[in-house]
Design a protein around this ligand. Structure first.
Ligand code: NAD
Length: 445
């Protein structure tokens, strides 16, 4: 079988590599020349654990190819996946420009029957738009070619993308044609051998499933953040509340950790997009609007705590950030809470020094020389007025308090991920502020 993946980002590159690993001949296509020429030289443009080795193996075996030419990649291809970005448009709806540009190109260049699959996260009705665009192009050149549409949204998580793809919780496929059904079933067969479920459904249901899943996960996060903020006011510890509710099997203990707001390339934009879809059907999704509002507030919470601690006098002070990416095990900085935190500190006249094991190149694209980048976690603590733990990378979990004490001017830690214990911090001479952990110091009189 031969397939093409258009869009060689986090999703396209992982998808292409994992399919190649099953023996399929894969071409990953992108319009980004730099990205493709790097990949051709064996340089992987993103950080994703395990990906580099897997790409190398499959390139060496001659099953994985990279190209900037969609036309060339289409030769004898059975399936083409569209995995380009769908960033939020100005009104919050998913911007389909890239998806439809690819559809147009497909219509211009296909010369044989093919299955076209939307893998990007796209609103309901997008597969229909893609179908229409391809048809128009075929009509323009009087070509009578059959093609089949399918929707196959992706659920991988950055940081564990390969494992998620190889051992999926489920595979969702929307089709309205037996032929597409048959070909996709064959393609995914290797991933189903260990009882990973594949659900076939109509296309709109598949498209909505992806948004509903991300909206549900974002809801869990905002819910816990709301509860955490209440904990601080009433003198409760959210860690205990979390354990208390998570042990209820109807609730479960996954994804109920409070923090400094969800970020990344998916939740913020997908919540916005589903809200927009609701509005366009005159059905405002009130719960998800609240989820989004809470998240926006939560991203500001850490910098607000710093301001409160220093009586809003941040000018001339230096703050150290541990972690920049929106979560550990990725270099992705899209919509990362670190961006809001750093901008707030800089606006208040403070200096920022930051360290992240892999995301500093991405951070440089955003902040340039406006902040200082450290060589290691302790480097950024020299003469620091406070440490802000932003991303819970494993290497930050057991810090060396003696070194910290020696290096830091002001001994205060703001822990945005609740990875430290207040008592231990206090014993080691640090003021400590977590999220939702007032440890019975109620603000009620
Ligand atoms: P990305 O920004 O990392 O990659 C998108 C790629 O598409 C870029 O390399 C870009 O150059 C390329 N591209 C844009 N227009 C193109 C065109 N006309 N032809 C060829 N290539 C083109 O994006 P991503 O994170 O991989 O996400 C892709 C889609 O998958 C999005 O819809 C996203 O919501 C969804 N998704 C992402 C994740 C994730 O964790 N990143 C998970 C599930 C689903």
């Amino acid at each position: 079988m031969k397939i093409s993946i258009v869009g060689t980002g986090y999703v396209g590159l992982v998808t292409g590599t994992c399919f190649a690993d099953t023996g399929v001949n894969v071409t990953c296509v992108d319009i980004d020349n730099d990205k493709i020429s790097k990949l051709k030289k064996g340089v992987v443009p993103i950080y994703e654990p395990g990906l580099e080795t897997m790409i190398k193996t499959n390139v060496e075996k001659g099953r994985l190819h990279f190209s900037t030419s969609l036309k060339e990649s289409l030769e004898q291809t059975d399936v083409i996946f569209i995995a380009v970005g769908t960033p939020p448009g100005e009104d919050g709806s998913a911007d389909l420009r890239h998806v439809l540009a690819v559809a147009k190109d497909i219509g211009k260049h296909i010369d044989h029957s093919i299955v076209v699959v939307t893998k990007s996260t796209v609103p309901i009705g997008t597969a229909e738009k893609v179908r229409k665009t391809i048809r128009e192009e075929l009509e323009n050149r009087n070509a009578d070619i059959t093609f089949y549409m399918a929707s196959n949204p992706e659920f991988l998580k950055e940081g564990s993308a390969i494992d998620d793809f190889l051992k999926p919780d489920r595979i969702i496929v929307g089709t309205d044609d037996d032929e597409a059904d048959r070909i996709i079933r064959r393609l995914y067969k290797p991933f189903l051998l260990n009882n990973h479920p594949i659900y076939f459904m109509d296309i709109p249901s598949a498209e909505l499933t992806k948004y509903a899943a991300n909206a549900m996960l974002a809801t869990k996060i905002s819910f816990m953040n709301d509860i955490a903020n209440l904990c601080e006011l009433v003198g409760a510890d959210v860690n205990m509340v979390r354990q208390g509710i998570g042990s209820d099997s109807r609730i479960g203990n996954k994804f109920i950790y409070p923090g400094i707001g969800y970020g990344g390339s998916c939740f913020p934009k997908d919540v916005k997009a589903i809200i927009r879809t609701g509005n366009s059907y005159k059905y405002p999704l009130r719960l998800l609007q609240a989820v989004e509002d809470i998240n926006e507030d939560q991203k500001r919470l850490m910098a607000d705590k710093v301001k409160e601690y220093f009586n809003s006098e941040l000018a001339g002070k230096t703050f150290s950030l541990w972690g920049l990416s929106f979560k550990p095990n990725t270099d992705d900085m899209r919509e990362a809470p670190a961006i809001v935190i750093i901008n707030t500190l800089l606006e208040a006249g403070a200096k920022v020094k930051a360290y992240d094991p892999v995301a500093m190149n991405e951070a440089r694209k955003i902040f340039g020389d406006n902040i200082t980048y450290g060589q290691d976690p302790y480097d950024v603590l020299i003469d620091s007025d406070g440490l802000l733990l932003v991303t819970e990378w494993p290497e930050f979990r057991i810090p060396n308090y003696n070194v910290m004490r020696k290096l830091m001017k002001h001994k205060v830690v703001f822990d945005g991920r609740n990875i430290y214990e207040k008592t231990e911090m206090k014993e080691n001479g640090f003021d400590y502020f977590g999220v939702g952990r007032s440890l019975n110091e109620s603000k009620l009189s």
